[in-house]
Design a protein around this ligand. Structure first.
Ligand code: NCD
Length: 362
């Protein structure tokens, strides 16, 4: 039985086969209409969402299954102090698969270690969001016909934008990817993505403050919202929120076949007028997200026929258990009772929390 907490939980060939299934679903939806008859997905959303929750539910309904769940923490027993781990055990009795969104980073990983059914991370704090990446990957594949040899610009909030972290991790598996990281200094990528994904994999990248300067070379422009809910200082948010606004005028210097992606929701970072430009792909991304979630549900339910969980072994040399603390206040380990605090050694001598990638402290 497999869970998907991080996009790298899926191999390149598993992603290829999800793409194949998603394209087949798009071509022959009727063939899939009964594939999950009698199955239920539980959508456990402790944080706001429109697309992700509804697309998981729509995906299951279109496969002939059903959906149960909640859309805010206040309507669940978490508001009474129930742990993530207990919630996951309970839901195992009600559903066949879980999609969980949580403000605490690492919460879906904790759930997957106690649930008896597959868990899908539907976004954990500012950490990662693997199924948005599946939507992004299918969109790039359908627009460009390939996932390699592309110059991809990420623009906006690269610090808290979890979709950015997961998409960069996925792209690290493909050849000839050039990254252009466009952000204000305060919103640059977290160290673990830059050092342990981009640099470790030898990906080509450069950082710039200017979208205008980067525009002409891009094959893909991935715009993001400045993530207001993750700021501790709202004055800083106010100062940074309008850093980049994509307009038709700015697009004059872009390649005629550049694709514009955005995970949505948009605030003001893409002018509504851009929606009519043929390069705008963000509403297609929404549809592609549903197709990939259908493919993923089918695949994970298949793996769940074998009840044994695929859980990494943390007892080996590269791990330290319960001797260090996580420095990230947004990590689930600051909230979940009696959770083993597990850290893995990295190549540059830093220990990182397995739940959130935060640095270890004493
Ligand atoms: C994103 C998210 O929740 O991280 N939205 C989504 O799931 N499509 C992006 C965002 O909220 O800005």
């Amino acid at each position: 039985m497999k869970s998907v907490i991080d996009i790298l939980d899926l191999s390149k060939s598993e992603i290829d086969s999800l793409i194949k299934t998603a394209c087949d679903i798009a071509a022959n939806p009727a063939m899939y209409a009964d594939r999950c008859r009698g199955k239920k997905i539980a959508t456990l959303f402790f944080e706001p969402s429109t697309r992700t929750r509804l697309s998981f539910e729509a995906a299951m309904l279109e496969l002939g299954g059903n959906a149960i769940g909640f859309s805010e923490a206040s309507s669940s027993s978490a508001s009474k102090g129930e742990s993530v781990s207990d919630t996951a055990k309970v839901i195992t009795a009600y559903a066949d698969i879980i999609a969980m969104r949580h403000p605490k980073e690492g919460a879906p990983l904790v759930a997957s270690r106690s649930a008896g059914i597959p868990v899908i991370n539907a976004g954990d704090g500012g950490h990662c969001h693997p199924t948005q990446t599946l939507a992004d990957i299918l969109t790039i594949y359908r627009e460009k016909g390939r996932l390699s040899e592309l110059t991809v610009g990420f623009c906006g909030d690269l610090k808290y934008g979890r979709t950015v972290h997961s998409l960069i991790a996925a792209l690290s598996r493909y050849s000839g990817i050039k990254l252009v990281l466009i952000s204000p200094d305060e919103l640059k990528l977290p160290g673990y993505v830059k050092n342990e994904i981009i640099e470790k994999n030898g990906m080509s990248y450069r950082q710039t403050l200017s979208l205008d300067e980067a525009m002409p070379e891009l094959d893909i422009l991935y715009m993001t919202r400045v993530q207001r809910e993750r700021f501790t200082d709202l004055r800083q948010y106010e100062r940074l929120k309008d850093s980049y606004i994509l307009t038709l005028d700015k697009l004059k210097n872009a390649k005629p076949d550049m694709s514009i992606l955005h995970p949505l929701p948009r605030v003001n970072e893409i002018s509504v007028k851009v929606d009519e430009d043929p390069r705008a792909c963000y509403f297609k991304q929404v549809y592609n997200g549903k197709l990939m979630r259908m493919a993923l549900i089918l695949y994970l339910l298949e793996t769940a026929k074998d009840k044994k969980r695929e859980i990494p072994d943390y007892s080996g040399d590269g791990f330290i258990v319960n001797k260090l603390k996580c420095s990230n206040p947004r990590c689930i380990c600051s909230e979940e009772r009696e959770l083993d605090q597990i850290f893995r050694a990295t190549e540059n001598g830093i220990y990182r929390c397995i739940y959130c990638e935060g640095k270890a402290t004493l």
